[in-house]
Design a protein around this ligand. Structure first.
Ligand code: GLN
Length: 547
């Protein structure tokens, strides 16, 4: 049965709880243990699928088609363990399950209350698959003291109480602010945060303290004394140059040792950190820089394309170059010529997105890349834009467009080379959708197989002709235009196994121009960069020598 580590946060949000959890998962793996990471989010949305990327950052999609918090992306990137839909839950989902059960009569007429009904639902969720791993790490979103978080804190308190002693520990992440005037790191906010935790029955075993500088022994002792943890269990989390230094840095600080001590695991298995040493070496020792333009809509918040930024870093690591990604608002190209904005970049990405705004600008970016021989990677909407661009400029479909935009505008303006998909096959089952279905969870979501054309560039890049990749979209390139476009050099080099859905297109007479209907960035790892990102950055590097 798994041991459980509950990770909570205090003082302020955005302290990097997700990253700390992911790094701890990686360190436990380095000591030979199996791990799974989970995120319990107090917000009331049923899932992040319908939340604006401006507010909540990217939606991370799992193989089994769950739309989850971007922290699950960190978990996967650090542990390589594919997340599942049972690894992410929100208050909204919990309440919706409870209410569904209530309507079904499962509670036999009882009065439904937060304790025990909501807390039981949370506890059941935490325990899913507990026999499969050595350690289950559960991160509670938000900060202690948030109203929405209370049922989760109460549930983990009960959970630890239900389990045999020593099977659950609590790790609390806080901030030690630095006061310039007195030249000190202040411990009081942490003390208050722990007091808050204690008032709801939780006592942390470990404190992970974010600080701008090393924590002097005096402050460690003070924290230990006032917060009732061992001095060795006060772990400093200093700001790092790269997130991929986190496992090594937390190891040096003694995090994994303190966790094993808290569980009484002795002797602790020796860690093998070679994977992270190599990752760190590649992050810091690069030879040159490539500049990549990401032409999209959600450019104000970098987290909106978190996985793309990370996958580019991984591609850079594989090629020993630094990738400098710059976000460009696609709408600019609707007013101004794209060339002066894009000429200084070695490669271009048009990422995924929803809605018509900015799409004409994305089409301009695709045109620039195609006609100027600049490496181009179109992801999901970025592939659709590349196909529309080719249809408009290489064939006689001059009014090519996507049904998505006609639906939005409520009128027909385009020849739909990209159309709304209403039924498809997943595994052995048929899935059906209507245009006006609910917005939540009605997309082609999760991992689907694709077959790559022998001899195509993508088959060479992947080193195989059978792949599976994660999807999140409603619209598809219409296979009816395949022949017409292929005659003009846009090859449909990846198809769904039944041959109905175009998965990859590539321009044959071009240094590197690939569009993919899926999201390869979701599967890239620092220690195993995604082949498409690896090769895209290689092409950018090659181009940088020419520019
Ligand atoms: N809006 C497009 C669709 O639904 C693309 C989605 C995406 O880029 N993830 O098909």
């Amino acid at each position: 049965m798994a041991r459980f580590i509950f990770i909570t946060g205090g003082v302020v949000s955005s302290l990097g709880k997700g990253l700390a959890s992911a790094a701890l998962g990686a360190l436990l793996q380095a000591r030979g243990f199996s791990v799974r990471l989970r995120k319990l989010d107090p917000y009331l949305n049923v899932d992040p699928g319908t939340m604006s990327p401006f507010e909540h950052g990217e939606v991370f999609v799992t193989d089994d088609g769950a739309e989850t918090d971007l922290d699950l992306g960190h978990y996967e990137r650090f542990t390589g363990v594919a997340a599942r839909n049972t690894d992410s839950v929100s208050s909204g989902r919990i309440y919706s399950n409870v209410l569904e059960k209530e309507r079904r009569g499962d509670y036999l007429g009882k009065t439904i209350q937060v304790i025990p009904h909501v807390t039981n639902e949370i506890k059941d969720f935490i325990a899913i698959g507990e026999d499969e791993v050595d350690f289950m790490l559960c991160e509670i979103g938000g900060t202690v003291g948030d109203i929405e978080g209370l049922p989760f804190f109460e549930a983990i308190r009960q959970f630890a109480q239900d389990k045999p002693r020593g099977q659950c520990i609590f790790m609390h992440l806080t901030l030690l602010p630095y006061l310039k005037a007195s030249g000190e790191l202040k411990t009081k906010p942490t003390q208050h945060s722990v007091k808050e935790l204690r008032s709801i029955g939780l006592a942390p075993d470990l404190l992970v303290c974010r600080s701008e500088m090393p924590i002097p022994q005096k402050e460690r002792d003070k924290l230990a004394l006032f917060c009732n943890v061992r001095p060795e269990a006060v772990i400093a989390a200093q700001d790092l140059k790269s997130i991929y230094d986190a496992p090594l840095s937390y190891h040096r600080e003694g995090l994994d040792q303190a966790v094993l001590d808290a569980f009484g695991i002795s002797p602790a298995p020796r860690p093998n950190l070679s994977r992270w040493e190599d990752v760190s070496d590649r992050v810091h020792n690069s030879d040159g820089e490539v500049r990549v333009a990401i032409v999209g809509k959600y450019t104000q918040l970098e987290d909106a394309y978190k996985s793309i930024a990370e996958a580019l870093t991984h591609g850079g690591m594989a090629n020993r170059v630094k990738v400098k990604a710059e976000w460009i608002d696609a709408e600019i190209f609707e007013r101004e010529d794209a060339a002066p904005h894009l000429e200084n970049f070695h490669a271009i990405i048009v990422p995924g997105g929803f809605g018509e705004r900015g799409t004409e600008g994305k089409i301009k970016a695709a045109e620039f890349a195609r006609t100027r021989n600049v490496p181009y990677l179109g992801i999901c909407l970025g592939m659709q834009m590349a196909v529309i661009e080719a249809a408009r400029h290489l064939t006689d479909l001059t009014d090519a467009g996507s049904e998505e935009f006609d639906h939005e505008a409520g009128k027909k303006r385009f020849t739909p080379v990209v159309y709304h998909l209403k039924e498809w096959v997943q595994g052995n089952a048929k899935v059906e959708r209507k245009v006006d279905d609910d917005k939540g969870g009605t997309m082609r979501l999760g991992a689907y197989d694709a077959v790559l054309a022998e001899g195509s560039r993508v088959a060479e890049i992947y080193g195989t002709t059978n792949i599976d990749e994660r999807h999140r979209h409603r619209y598809e390139v219409d296979v009816r235009y395949k022949k017409q476009l292929e005659e003009k050099g846009l090859k449909f080099s990846g198809m769904s196994p039944d041959g109905r859905l175009p998965e990859i297109v590539e321009v044959t007479d071009h240094p590197w121009f690939i569009g993919v209907q899926f999201h390869p960035e979701l599967k890239s790892k620092p220690f195993n960069p995604h082949p498409l990102f690896r090769d895209f950055v290689r092409a950018a590097k090659e181009n940088s020598r020419l520019v």
